[in-house]
Every structure is written in structure tokens, then in C-alpha cells.
Design a protein around this ligand. Structure first.
Ligand SMILES: NC(=O)c1ccc[n+]([C@@H]2O[C@H](COP(=O)([O-])OP(=O)(O)OC[C@H]3O[C@@H](n4cnc5c(N)ncnc54)[C@H](O)[C@@H]3O)[C@@H](O)[C@H]2O)c1
Length: 388
């Protein structure tokens, strides 16, 4: 049985395109589900982007007014891929009309906005989804199962990090990403993935102490219509101040007693997309990075044969969650866009079953509470407790 769901997307930059591509892929990759996303309307304030997206992805129409997406009776689910500073206003408008709502992380300009977005969605009884896409790598899902099944024993410590060089070029434009008035820096952006992953694998974080730094303090001011994620200007352009953080680190305690170290940076050299974790337990350890998303390092204690006690490498294959939807072969690799397709599929499953899946806005609120504690620690220089 086919189930058609009308989709409207707001903000046709990198993520708007990635989500549109993902919804188009569902009738192919998850054909047995009978899910058929109908791409109704896409919105961008830059008309050329909205128009190009309509043509490329096959939306029925485009608009430059995001309110028009929410008002369209054919739109059942609204996908928010606009800059962080717009999330709360859009999310509240969606809550008022009671449509299903997917919002890219961090679901707000700052943790307070996120918590208000969550409250608006909860009061309206919305079904929600959030773009913590790194969860969806088949081997990450497999790692989650191994930990939940106790294969690592009692967890002792957790390293989580997202080291990314997307802003390593000092001439990367001063887009909304670098301005406090539009939201947090790497704490809202990269660290939100790190915290969510830590929560999924090792459980809730209860205490933190955290530090931050802004290494590149001035950037070229973009021309109107420029300044999406990877656009670069020139050192001859007029310069403006970077007003949020490039780098954040934290020591953390988990509710189950695990100790952790988290780190995120957007201006780093060397690492390109090192969204990674290493989880250690009393019986073994697991290590994964997005830079090698189709590999999982596993170590089991081997007291009988210490010569073979060390990390070995698993390759992603059809025995791991979701892999078979993309390829029937072992080591035949998936990529970032495939994670977006799995994410979109799971959000549509939430809609058709009426049962709130993960990650939804509740998971985003849990991340925001940890971010709030990190910000309090920046001010106090001390350990801070995460509010429930
Ligand atoms: N999950 C992930 O891996 C991931 C990766 C990148 C970005 N994101 C998130 O996705 C969101 C968008 O990021 P991006 O990289 O696509 O940004 P982007 O700057 O490339 O795109 C944002 C788009 O929104 C449009 N826009 C701005 N104001 C608008 C308005 N008033 N009405 C309609 N459109 C408007 C811009 O013109 C632009 O096309 C952010 O919340 C970001 O944190 C998530």
C-alpha cells in the first residue's frame, strides 16, 4: 500500500538540497515501505536558489516566502533547513497549524531557543525529527546494539569529537554561522552532534566542565545571496568580527558513571570530517569516525591469547542496519547523502506509525541542556550540573 506524504522544505542551501535529494530517494531505497514523499514546495529568500531547487528536485512549485510553505494545505510535513536564527520562529509557526515538523540541528539559535521550540512542538502534540544524521551510519547503529547488549561490559570512558576544517580558510565568508546574533558557533553546530551521539551510545550526561576559543576573529563580509556553508571571499573584501566560538572542549560525567572527553572545532587543519567516538568498557572497546564511516574498529579482551588482543576492523555490509537498502555487498560503501535518506525514512515512519521515533525534539532538548551547562561552565570556570 502506498502512502503519499506532502513535503515542504524551507531554506534551499546545502541542507535543503540534501533533504530534498533524500526524500526523492525513498521510493527507491525503501520501496517496500510504500512511502511516497510528494515534493510540494520549496522556499528560499534567494529566488534563484528556490527556483533551481524546484527544477532540480521536482518540487511542484517554489516560493520566496517561508510562511507560504506552512500554509499550503498539500504540505503535511515541514522540513526546516533555514539558518539557526530562524528555527524558533518557523517552528512556532508550524506548531500553530499542527503539521509534522523536522528541524535541522540545533533547533534554535541557542539552547534557550531550542527548549522553546521543543515546548511549542510538545504543546501542539507534533511529531518531530532532528538532523542528527551521524546516528544513521549502519556501523554506528551496530555499535549502539553492541553497547546496549552489554558486549563491551560496563562502560568506563568515552571520547567524542567533531573536528572539521570547514572554516579553516580565514577568508571563509562571515556567514550567519559566525555571528552570535544568529546563534552559537561550534557549540550549537558541531558539538550538538557530539553530545547527541554520546547520549545515544553512553546515556545521559549529568555534569560538565567546558572551555572555548575563537581563533579566527575576522572574516570577509559576504555579498547578498553569497555566504552559504563553504563559500570563500578574499582578504581584500571588507572584514567583520566573528562573534561566536570556533572551538569547544569539555570533560563530562555520564549518569552511569562513565567519564568522557568531548571536543569540537570548525577551523582545524588535518581533520576534515572527524565526527568520531571511541567507547571503552570493561570487556572491550569500539572506535568509529565519519572519515571512514564504513569501518568500525572493535577490540575484545582476549586473555587466552593476548597476542591477538587489539583493534580489528569490520566493514559495513548487509548484516548491519540499513546497509542492504543501498548495496547488497560487504564493503560496498555508503556516503553522507545515504545517512540523510535513512534519516528521512525514519521521520516518515514516525508520521505513518504515529509513534514518536528518535531523534525527535526530546533528544534535541537533552542536547540543549548539556550545552547550557557548558555555557555556564565557560562563565564560572567550574564543573556545572546538567538541569533535568
Ligand atoms: N545535520 C548536518 O549534518 C548539517 C550540516 C549542515 C548544516 N546543518 C544545519 O542545517 C541548517 C542549514 O544549514 P546550511 O548549511 O544548509 O546553510 P546554508 O547557509 O547553506 O543554507 C541556508 C539557506 O536558507 C536560506 N534562507 C535564509 N533566510 C531565509 C528566509 N528568510 N526564508 C527562506 N530561506 C532563507 C538561505 O538563502 C540559504 O539558501 C542549519 O540549521 C545547520 O545547522 C546540518
Amino acid at each position: 500500500m502506498t502512502r503519499t506524504i506532502g513535503i515542504g522544505v524551507i531554506g534551499m542551501g546545502w541542507m535543503g538540497e540534501a533533504h530534498s535529494r533524500a526524500y526523492r530517494a525513498i521510493p527507491d531505497r525503501f520501496h517496500e515501505s510504500g512511502l511516497y514523499p510528494r515534493l510540494v514546495v520549496c522556499a528560499d529568500q534567494v529566488e534563484a536558489r528556490a527556483q533551481s531547487a524546484q527544477q532540480r528536485f521536482g518540487f511542484e512549485r517554489y516560493t520566496t516566502d517561508w510562511r507560504d510553505v506552512i500554509a499550503d494545505p498539500a504540505v503535511e510535513a515541514v522540513i526546516v533547513t533555514a539558518p539557526n536564527g530562524m528555527h524558533l520562529e518557523i517552528n512556532r509557526a508550524v506548531a500553530q497549524v499542527g503539521k509534522h515538523l523536522f528541524c535541522e540541528k540545533p533547533v534554535g539559535r541557542n539552547p534557550q531557543d531550542t527548549i522553546q521550540s521543543v515546548a511549542a512542538a510538545r504543546e501542539a502534540g507534533l511529531l518531530t525529527g532532528v538532523g542528527y544524521n551521524y546516528r544513521w551510519a549502519p556501523l554506528v547503529q551496530y555499535a549502539r546494539q553492541l553497547i546496549a547488549d552489554g558486549k563491551l561490559g560496563r562502560l568506563t570512558h568515552y571520547h567524542g569529537r567533531f573536528l572539521n576544517g570547514y572554516a579553516a580558510d580565514p577568508n571563509g565568508f562571515l556567514s550567519w554561522r559566525f555571528q552570535q546574533e544568529h546563534g552559537l558557533g561550534t557549540l550549537g553546530d558541531l558539538m550538538s552532534h557530539v553530545i547527541d551521539m554520546a547520549h545515544m551510545l553512553a546515556g545521559p550526561i549529568t555534569r560538565v566542565t567546558s572551555d572555548k576559543e575563537t581563533f579566527i576573529r575576522q572574516r570577509p563580509i559576504p555579498q547578498p545571496g553569497k555566504g552559504t556553508h563553504y563559500d570563500v571571499g578574499s582578504s581584500d573584501d571588507p572584514m567583520g568580527e566573528v562573534t561566536n566560538e570556533d572551538y569547544v572542549n569539555a570533560l563530562v560525567h555520564f549518569a552511569n558513571g562513565t567519564r568522557g572527553i568531548l571536543e569540537s572545532c570548525r577551523i582545524i587543519n588535518g581533520a576534515k570530517c572527524d565526527m568520531s567516538f571511541e567507547v571503552h568498557g570493561t570487556k572491550g572497546a569500539i572506535k568509529w569516525t565519519m572519515e571512514r564511516m564504513n569501518e568500525l574498529q572493535l577490540q575484545w579482551r582476549n586473555d587466552a591469547n593476548p597476542a591477538e588482543d587489539g583493534y580489528t576492523t569490520l566493514l559495513s555490509g548487509p548484516a548491519h542496519p540499513y546497509h542492504r537498502h543501498f548495496n547488497p555487498g560487504w564493503g560496498v560503501n555508503l556516503g553522507y547523502d545515504d545517512l540523510k535518506t535513512i534519516e528521512a525514512y525514519n521521520f516518515l515512519q514516525t508520521i505513518v506509525t504515529g509513534k514518536q521515533g528518535e531523534p525527535g525534539f526530546a533528544e534535541a532538548e537533552a542536547v540543549a541542556r548539556v550545552q547550557q551547562a557548558m555555557m555556564r561552565s565557560w562563565a564560572s570556570g567550574r564543573w556545572e550540573t546538567v538541569e533535568a
